[in-house]
Design a protein around this ligand. Structure first.
Ligand SMILES: [Zn+2]
Length: 262
């Protein structure tokens, strides 16, 4: 007896879902080293601005990235932060201080972007360190450039990540605003869809339970690891003036509504 059609389609849908989950349409974007790329920061409907300041513990036991539960939006106790606080109160020693520094949470800022030439990939989050955050943030508050994420008259950002050098062992990230303002998309429907469908940054980072974090910490301590995790490097910025593009129907209102809502 052959399998009924509705069973085939139901099983197939489940398999497809599992496969796509496994491959993980990643919500994280990383610049390609040595190649200038252009991105557009997308208005973020889940917060007051597109800069999501998240705190992470890196390389704990066998876990590469742990979103610290103290990060905004996740409000639970953090076994690693509890442990760093304990270390901090201990008698001062180089060993305790090194361990404290190694384990404490670190800031990484995630910005929703559309990558030019790869628009079909949709919105992804670009993780930036303090220097790149400062460089882009300065442009936002500079009246000459203003809100780069404005869907009608904002600007793309050119990103060049350099290869590591002896001086900058993690490479550098250079960011510059595009010379001219532009619409986020020439297609208003696509622009609106990007804004309304923008995922929450927390979709990009699987939440770990307190027990899982404790377990990662226990593994780390039993390994006696004290290696330093990665850091971000300086950026430079240079700029020119821009012409304002024409209004696009409905886009300004949509943007105003999410800005108000946040
Ligand atoms: Zn923590």
């Amino acid at each position: 007896m052959s399998t009924p059609t509705h069973v085939v389609s139901s099983v197939k849908a489940k398999l497809d879902a599992m496969t796509s989950q496994g491959k993980g349409k990643s919500l994280i974007w990383r610049p390609t080293r040595g190649k200038e790329e252009q991105v557009r920061i997308v208005p973020y409907k889940h917060g007051p601005d597109p800069f999501n300041e998240l705190y992470f513990h890196y390389d704990i036991g066998s876990v590469k990235t742990i979103l610290c539960p103290h990060t905004a939006g996740v409000d639970e106790s953090c076994p690693i932060c509890d442990y760093t606080q304990y270390l901090y109160k201990q008698e001062k020693s180089d060993k305790n201080y090194a361990l404290y520094k190694r384990l404490k949470s670190r800031l990484r800022v995630y910005v929703p972007v559309i990558v030019r030439g790869d628009e079909d990939a949709g919105i992804r989050f670009w993780g930036i360190g303090k220097n790149t955050y400062t460089a882009i943030g300065r442009l936002f508050i500079d009246a000459e450039y203003g809100d780069l994420s404005d869907p009608i008259k904002g600007r793309d950002v050119k990103v060049l990540a350099t290869n590591p050098t002896p001086q900058y062992i993690y490479g550098q990230v250079d960011v510059r605003p595009a010379a001219n303002g532009s619409a986020i998309s020439q297609n208003v429907q696509i622009a609106k869809q990007w804004i309304t469908d923008c995922p929450s940054v927390f979709e990009a980072f699987p939440k770990m339970t307190t027990a899982e974090i404790q377990n990662a910490l226990d593994t780390f301590i039993s390994q006696g690891d004290s290696e330093q995790p990665a850091a971000e490097t300086p950026t430079s910025e240079s700029v020119t003036d821009a012409a304002l593009p024409e209004d696009q129907e409905g886009l300004a209102e949509l943007y105003a509504s999410i800005t108000k809502q946040a």
